[in-house]
Design a protein around this ligand. Sequence first.
Ligand code: BYE
Ligand code: ZN
Length: 527
Amino acid sequence: MASKIIYFTVNGRPEQAEFPIDCPAQDVKDLFRAAAEAGPHDILKLYNTKGNIINISPQLAPNSPHSCYKLKVVAADCNSAELVDDLGFDLSSLEKRLQSLEKRILTEAAETPVIVYEMKRQVESFREKLESVEHLSWLGLFKNMSEGTHKPSPFYHKRTLRKAREECVHVREQFIQMSSLEVSEEVRQYLKKPTFDNWQWEDAEIMVLLQVMYTDLDFISTFNIELDVLQQFLYEVYRRYNNIPFHNFKHCFCVTQMMYGLIWLTDLRNKIDSIDLLIMLTSAVCHDLDHTGYNNAYQINARTELALRYNDISPLENHHCAVAFEILEKTECNIFRNLSMEQFKRIREGIIKCILATDMTRHIEILTKFKTILPVFDFSNKDHRDVLMMIMIKVSDISNEARPMDVAEPWLDCLLQEFFNQSDMEKLEGLPVTPFMDRDKVTKPSSQTGFIRFVLLPLFIELANLFPSLEQHIIDPVRKALDYYTEMGKAVEREKQNRVQSEKMIKPSTSGQPEGHPEPSRATKPL
Ligand code: BYE
Ligand code: ZN
């Protein structure tokens, strides 16, 4: 009996089929279906070398390996009830289960087990196969496809949320080695200035610099802190800042360094006692511990564990503070272990007050309090000092724009990156999207001009009212930043106008060109 051989490829893989010329059409179709490992609902398409679709039948024109046909599989609706029956599972619900599993692992465990990535990869590649026929959507095959499934998984951002153990161990070794070296007087002086550039320093070096701050404020001697305890404490702190774009260990350092700078610039050592200074510096060090990159609004809307635990009351700040005291519970990390119970109590109360004050929803409340006491401010009054300490950690926390432009601007990029990650997640989960975090609405100038005018300057000016010497160090650079972003905003507007103008001139009628959207100038493109 005569038979023919057909050469073809499936997913780039060469195959050849042999069948008798008089065999039933269905047998030929089944043969190709088997070659493509396709299911009964899948659609098979065979292309000749010209790219034309040809019929899969016994009449197929014989070819050679050089004139190979191409076989393609397109899948039916992957969520249809029929297919759910056939597959024995529902892909969407499988994905949802996997997503919630991954989320739990990401928030609870240090690292995501390899098996979860493997499962995710399999589910994703399976969906990809199923969805490779989007161009057939007019067939009505996709009516059940849910909105979110086409978007990239937001969990990619969180892959390395927690620090890897090996990385920590390495940084720790570097830190311990470096800490025995002398830090030059030049660096020690530079460390006291708001012009300090954090981007020049590695994490291990940053830990040494934090140690220098404790040393140069005489905390080591005053509070009898053992050096290895301080180092263990700083290491635990480093370990418990996550790998996220903004609220990471470098942010912890910047806030602490600004606080340190403010203490020196205001000559605070001659105005309040050192236990308050210790509270201020340590609060700064601990103030964002274990931040996951999602703000309180998200925590509350998504009903996260933190929101549940803290009844929606400053869930993040409560958590940062709780983690701080969790670290201090370990004797080998407890830098306060040689203090009296009385002193520890005072420090604990102070740190809690300071860290909880960093919740920006309390901004007006705290600033108003400070304004009220300013005319009669008295450094010997505990209530007054408490408000001052809260104001100083608030100033330090949001002080990036008080730094030189080339230090500050990358921080804004990091912040917007973190905000955008959150809004992407909110969109994916159907939660309310905070407008200032929406990548479709926010630009650097639009966010920063308002923030500087209505939040930064009013806050900084009040602190400078108490310490006039601060004006040149923190107010002047912030005004410069305001000018910079105002100019950037104008440039964006001009560019928009120009685009509209030139579009009118070049294309007086609609030309079928895609809509011109305001495009990537340095200003409109935040990242
Ligand atoms: C604040 C709250 C939480 C986290 F989008 C970070 F315009 C901040 F609102 N910080 N910290 C520094 C900032 C800055 N927020 C903004 N600018 C800063 O320089 C404004 C934001 C980009 C936005 Cl306030
Ligand atoms: Zn912070």
